[in-house]
Design a protein around this ligand. Structure first.
Ligand SMILES: *Cc1c(COP(=O)(O)O)cnc(C)c1O
Length: 386
């Protein structure tokens, strides 16, 4: 039997019979309706309101990271992280090639250059060993600043991404950023509820970003948050994302070119309700991952991605690796013909036209994972069984 047919057989048994089956669908209940209605009734639907403050406090409580600043989306949170990290036009920022384009765009929008690094198979995140070797080779410290010897540009930061919710190797990566005097930023857009060694993702970086887009583990419709344990950074983040307006009962005075990046209260109300369900969500998604893992275990040529050692992943998207790109494409076509919405990894960023000329290391693991990877339907409700 063709591998794609064997996989589809398993999906037929594991998934409900309704079609289409989306990749990751949101789910709302009575609490969502109650809090959104309450927000509407209050009249405070925009950038000021009690739900924004409550959402930020709840996020800090859930992650154990002292400060959360809610933003209009995850990309805006990352943009703010980069500004606060001091990234300047002409700088380079290291980040994985295997990530969503939203990780790289705010770097380029600041006039800086994304510099792509490779990932590893166990975590799907940046490979610390190969990054260390690469940086030892291509960089030098000049007056305490890390420079790319080939481009003569400063390398300012490393942005780590917790791909599909699996925590990257943060202790090793943090040590590398210390050695090379880089600011560590975490794109935790996909990893709310993912822990490594008892620490929540986003807690190693000086700054980190979450996303609450409709396809993420919880959603506020659109939304994001910047996370930091540095109270000064938190204060600046809040200022910068609220048009840099000085607090005053009536005067409109601004002391910088700020952004209108504050999460509306209406979205925060939805976010608060969704966050209450996070523990239940995580349990459902873990059950779904376990069912997939058991179902694919016996099939030669397939690898189902499990959480890395010493980690608790949120299993945002379940990943299956096929033997090669041809079989990946067969499966994608066969599944889509039945309205089961599998999808490949994002096309790696160095292959997207606007980033084709960006500096990069060799990316063999990125290429392999992209060629072989298929993301399986991962809505939390699927964990409840058929
Ligand atoms: C979703 C996502 C973002 C962007 O978040 P938005 O809320 O969609 O702006 C950034 N990085 C990664 C890895 C993501 O998955």
């Amino acid at each position: 039997m063709k591998l794609s047919n064997a996989i589809l057989d398993i999906l037929h048994k594991l998934l409900p019979s309704q079609r289409p089956i989306g990749l990751h669908e949101p789910e709302f209940g009575e609490t969502e309706k109650a809090l959104v209605t309450d927000c509407l009734d209050s009249g405070w639907v925009s950038s000021v309101g009690s739900y924004v403050d409550r959402f930020e406090q709840d996020l800090a409580d859930v992650t154990g990271i002292p400060h959360a600043i809610a933003t209009v989306n995850g990309t805006a949170a990352l943009h703010t992280c980069l500004i606060l990290a001091g990234v300047q036009p002409g700088d380079e920022v290291l980040l994985p090639a295997l990530t969503f384009v939203g990780s790289a765009n705010p770097v380029a929008q600041l006039g800086a250059t994304p510099h792509f690094v490779d990932c590893e198979t166990e975590t799907l995140g940046v490979d610390p060993q190969r990054l260390a070797d690469y940086l030892a080779d291509i960089t030098e410290l000049r007056d305490g600043t890390c420079f790319n010897k080939h481009t003569n540009r400063p390398i300012h930061a490393l942005m780590v991404v917790h791909v599909l919710g699996h925590p990257a190797r943060m202790d090793e990566l943090a040590a590398i950023t210390e050695r090379h005097r880089l600011t560590l930023i975490e794109d935790a857009a996909e990893s709310l509820g993912s822990w490594r060694g008892g620490r929540h993702t986003g807690s190693w970086g000086r700054l980190a970003a979450l996303s609450f887009n409709g396809n993420k583990i919880i959603t506020s419709g659109g939304g994001g948050a910047l996370l930091t344990s540095d109270p000064d950074m938190a204060q600046r983040a809040k200022h910068l994302t609220t048009t840099a307006k000085r607090p005053h009962p009536w005067a409109f005075e601004h002391d910088a070119v700020g952004h209108n990046y504050r999460l509306p209260n209406l979205n925060a109300a939805l976010g608060c309700a969704q966050l209450e369900r996070l523990p239940e969500r995580l349990a459902q998604k873990r059950r779904l991952a376990e069912r997939y893992a058991a179902a694919f275990a016996g099939i030669p040529g397939l690898h189902f991605q499990l959480e890395p050692e010493d980690c608790r992943s949120n299993y945002w998207l379940n990943l299956l690796l096929l033997p090669d790109a041809e079989q990946r494409d067969q499966l994608l076509a066969a599944a889509h013909a039945e309205d089961i919405h599998l999808r490949p990894f994002w096309t790696p960023l160095h292959r997207q036209p606007m980033y084709r000329d960006a500096p990069r290391m060799d990316l063999p693991c990125t290429e392999t994972l992209f060629a072989r990877g298929v993301c399986l339907p991962s809505s939390a409700a699927l964990g409840d069984g058929t």
